[in-house]
Design a protein. Structure first.
Length: 279
């Protein structure tokens, strides 16, 4: 079954690129024919093929136990990215990309620790001993930190990949990922430079329906990857149970109850006899 179809891409308006005067010539190979009414049209047959590659790549990343960071700070992407990343159990940045979020992670972790400290003060009643002015100032600081770091405050390691729409808008995140060799999967419109993106998904990165379609399917890829990881853990556990050779059959030995103390049952394990060796 296809991960995404041309019909639903058309319905979402994913084929509409930018005005011709805003195009990036590096996107030429992803454009279908000539412009229509001054707008480039994206070749959706290539979108389908490249999206399947991106979907499988994200699935493998998550199946191998690595998280995906969703980055969508443009207004029409914010709510969608937070919703879909949360649904898939992944991390997200939707307000503003703080410089050094990846390349200066130690400093970012200090800010996260500060956010957690404020949350603890509010939950354990410490703020009740503050003046109203102090409490309001603390809450304002918490809101500011939560807006910037709330989606990554539980991220304890570097992501295995980042997913975003509009690498032109998210150029700082892309550059940091490139520096650290973190793969970038992105929906790339006709005005963008695809060279810095590892898995290009040609598509409309402005229309809400298009953004939701791509983002929800990448979230599904993450969920599929988590399912595979869970299956692997189950297989490993099952193999460990049978790796010991012969099964052991517990038998119960009950010592005499004469004397002091309660009756105690002691489990004694002995090898389970093969039926053929019984006599």
């Amino acid at each position: 079954m296809a991960k995404i179809g041309i019909r639903e891409l058309l319905e979402a308006g994913a084929h509409f690129g930018h005005q011709t005067q805003r195009w990036n010539p590096k996107m030429r190979k992803f454009i279908f024919g000539g412009p229509r009414r001054g707008i480039h049209i994206i070749d959706l047959s290539k979108t389908v093929q490249l999206f399947e590659d991106a979907y499988d790549f994200i699935t493998d990343i998550v199946a191998n136990g690595k998280p995906v960071l969703f980055v969508g700070t443009k207004k029409q992407a914010q709510d969608i990215f937070q919703e879909e990343a949360s649904r898939a159990g992944q991390y997200y940045v939707t307000n503003r990309w703080l410089g050094g979020t990846l390349t200066n992670w130690k400093t970012i972790k200090k800010s996260i620790a500060k956010l957690r400290h404020i949350e603890k003060m509010q939950s354990d009643g410490t703020v009740e001993n503050m003046t109203k002015k102090e409490a309001l100032k603390l809450e304002a600081e918490r809101v500011k930190l939560e807006r910037s770091l709330g989606g990554i405050k539980d991220m304890d390691r570097m992501p295995g990949a980042i997913f975003l729409v509009d690498p032109k808008k998210e150029h700082i995140a892309v550059r940091e990922a490139n520096i650290l060799d973190i793969p970038v999967v992105a929906v790339v419109d006709t005005n963008c430079d695809p060279d810095a993106v590892d898995r290009v998904i040609p598509g409309n990165d402005d229309a809400i329906r298009s953004i939701r379609l791509f983002t929800s399917r990448i979230a599904e890829a993450c969920l599929e990857g988590k399912g595979r990881a869970k299956d692997r853990r189950g297989d490993t556990a099952g193999a460990a149970v049978h790796a010991g050779g012969q099964e052991e059959e517990p038998t119960v030995s009950t010592p005499a109850t004469e004397g002091e103390g309660p009756e105690v049952q002691r489990l004694v394990k002995r090898p389970k006899l093969d039926a053929a060796a019984g006599n």
